[in-house]
Design a protein around this ligand. Structure first.
Ligand SMILES: Nc1ncnc2c1ncn2[C@@H]1O[C@H](COP(=O)(O)OP(=O)(O)OP(=O)(O)O)[C@@H](O)[C@H]1O
Length: 620
């Protein structure tokens, strides 16, 4: 499980290796082999009682955590042919030496001739390996303006920088692990800049050219505290990338959007701090383990001297202010010298003094393995700035990190999660079944004609209509049957004989009665038709409601209803009573019909052949 990051500090203020200084060297170039020349001149790093020689700390890495310090590398920029230089380096000893000031040791010190690939191999490559182990990793380039930060991070034609080299290595590792380790990877890239203390999304417009962006008011992004990430930039675009080419295209777009201008010290000076965030999500397809780690690549703007130009001066003041804030944070963190075993309370670290320190807060407070590459301009003119950079580097070297692998969901957790989902779905299903049963039980329909009770989810008004309909249908069927019988019996000879002897008045009376009976049958028929229509409408509505509420299809409901109707067996006493009444009425109708037949016989002499009348009755 992920535990909250803690921070420890080592017990030394500086990794400064102070030397006794002898005569000043006349060396004007930086070389690998030259011996340090000692001098007794003043040491601006000297802090009495706190100076010691410090060994390089490569960190203690195990599967779930990393304990170490910020890794610090110094990259020197070559001087021009006519420029004087008082610095030289011993790459093997990882030492940079100033003829008047002293010598300093770091994790790496690169010779001016070193290529970007050399720097990458010693700094970023091991960091990418840790990224694949699940650790967040951060690289930032720090140094005075024009000292080679962008040259180191982005590179130039023919000398790719740390960013493209790291991305290429990352994808080669993705390719390897996908083939050999049954793993799947997702990569997402974001790119932001902090310009004049405002955060902007550099990927916010899809491949818009720079002039367009500068003409539009680009919205500033805000930072929020986040329980998972420590700090989060709200609304920052993330682009999913399938290949290193795709990812580098996004970075190229961001570079176009980044603020750069010509200054007194650099013709293409970065006027903002730029941060690339690459999120790597790896899923182990066999175990189900998912690990998320983030690589942050930062090219900071360089500290600079005051310039005459107003806009540059304003930018420079924001840059210097934020770098000062970063320096203060690093200084405070490195000053936690005696608390190596205690978890540090971060509240007194002034992360909130600048946007840069806010964004770097999670990394600096132990959420990430951190490497800084401090670039040094070794020309004599830049000595003061170079010393300031080395001072920053020395402090950074003291900042301890205790980094814990993040966002790991173990296979057990994943299975456990699946089980919980299945369990909840089964429970939902169970609940729905119970609901449907309850709805069905709430509604009982007593069918007409047998003694079983059926259940229905319909409302009572539909049930009543159905009952009424059944009764009327039954009545109608009886009436029709009787009429049929009547028609057949008209040919009965005996009845014909009786009719012959009936008086005319009786025949007329029976005729009137019988007409009443016929109109009653017609009314029943109309009423039954309307009733059926109404029931059908109500049933259709009800089915629709049922189908949406319980996810049953109309067919399911139809099937269900058919089953129910098949099992109709009502016991209702009222219905039975109605049945009896109807049977009594049937007898009466029977009698009336017999009378009608007699009447027709009696009327025969008056109307002659009554086939027309017979036909009419047959059709009723
Ligand atoms: N190691 C190097 N080898 C050769 N040229 C270099 C090296 N470092 C920097 N340069 C050159 O120096 C100039 C300034 O470098 P770069 O723009 O990288 O500086 P920077 O630190 O990013 O400056 P700023 O803070 O103003 O953006 C560029 O022309 C670059 O090509």
């Amino acid at each position: 499980m992920f535990s909250s990051p803690s921070l420890k500090s080592t017990s030394s203020y500086s990794n400064l290796r102070k030397n006794r200084i002898g005569s000043t060297s006349s060396s004007t170039s930086t070389t690998r082999s030259s011996s340090p020349v000692r001098s007794r001149s003043s040491d601006i790093f000297a802090i009495p009682g706190r100076i010691r020689i410090r060994k390089t700390n490569h960190g203690n890495l195990n599967n779930d955590s990393y304990n170490g310090t910020i890794s610090v590398s110094i990259r020197t920029k070559p001087v021009g042919i006519n420029e004087k230089c008082n610095w030289y380096v011993e790459t093997e000893n990882k030492t940079i030496i100033h003829t008047d000031i002293g010598e300093y040791t770091y994790d790496n010190v690169f010779h001016p001739d070193a290529s970007n690939f050399d720097v990458y191999a010693a700094t970023c490559k091991p960091l990418i390996d840790k990224l694949f182990d699940g650790f967040n990793s951060t690289v930032f380039a720090y140094g005075m303006t024009g000292s080679g930060k962008t040259y180191t991070m982005s590179g130039v034609d023919g000398n790719a920088g740390l960013i493209p080299l790291s991305v290429a290595y990352m994808y080669s590792k993705i390719f390897d692990s996908t083939i050999h380790e049954n793993k799947k990877y997702d990569t997402l890239v974001s790119y932001l800049e902090i310009y004049n203390e405002k955060i902007y999304d550099l990927l916010e417009t899809d491949f818009d050219p720079k002039p367009l962006r500068s003409s539009i008011a680009v919205p500033e992004l805000k930072i929020r505290d986040d329980p998972n990430y420590g700090v989060r930039v709200i609304g920052l675009t993330e682009k999913r990338c399938q290949s290193h080419e795709e990812l580098l295209n996004w970075i190229k777009l961001g570079d176009k959007h980044r603020k750069t201008s010509s200054t007194d010290f650099n013709t293409r000076s970065s006027r903002s701090h730029a941060i690339i965030l690459i999120r790597l999500i790896s899923s182990d397809l066999s175990s189900g383990e998912v690990v998320t780690s983030t690589l942050s690549l930062c090219d900071l703007a360089g500290s600079e001297r005051v310039t005459a130009q107003h806009e540059r001066r304003q930018e420079g003041s924001f840059i210097n202010k934020s770098l000062l804030a970063l320096g203060t944070v690093i200084s405070k963190l490195s000053a936690e010298v005696n608390n190596s075993t205690e978890s540090v309370n971060n509240s007194h670290i002034p992360y909130r003094d600048s946007k840069l320190t806010r964004i770097l807060q999670p990394a600096l407070s132990g959420n990430s393995i951190v490497t800084t590459i401090c670039t040094i301009d070794t020309s004599v003119d830049a000595t003061n700035e170079s010393v300031n950079t080395l001072r920053f580097a020395s402090r950074a070297k003291n900042v301890s990190l205790h980094v814990v692998k993040k966002s790991s969901i173990s296979a057990y957790d994943a299975n456990d999660q699946k089980d919980r989902i299945i369990e909840s779905l089964v429970q939902q299903l169970q609940e729905q079944k119970i609901k449907i049963e309850a709805m069905e039980n709430n509604y009982n329909i007593n069918s007409f004609g047998d003694n079983e009770t059926i259940t229905s989810s319909y409302d009572p008004s539909v049930a009543l209509l159905e009952n009424e309909n059944k009764i009327l249908r039954y009545k109608l069927e009886h009436c029709e049957r009787l009429l049929d019988k009547d028609t057949n019996e008209l040919h009965d000879k005996e009845i014909a004989n009786i009719a012959d002897i009936l008086p005319l008045e009786i025949g007329m009376l029976l005729e009137t009665k019988f007409q009443g009976l016929e109109s009653q049958i017609r009314e029943f028929k109309n009423y039954t038709d309307n009733l059926e229509k109404e029931i059908m409408e109500k049933n259709t509505n009800k089915k629709r409601i049922l189908s949406t509420s319980s996810d049953l299809s109309m067919k399911d409901i139809d099937d269900c209803e058919t089953e129910k109707l098949d099992s109709i067996n009502p016991k209702d006493a009222e219905i039975a009573e109605l049945k009896k009444t109807l049977e009594r009425k049937d007898k009466l109708i029977d009698a009336l019909q017999s009378a009608r037949r007699l009447r027709e016989r009696a009327l025969q002499p008056l109307y002659g052949n009554n086939s027309e009348l017979d036909l009419e009755y047959t059709n009723k």
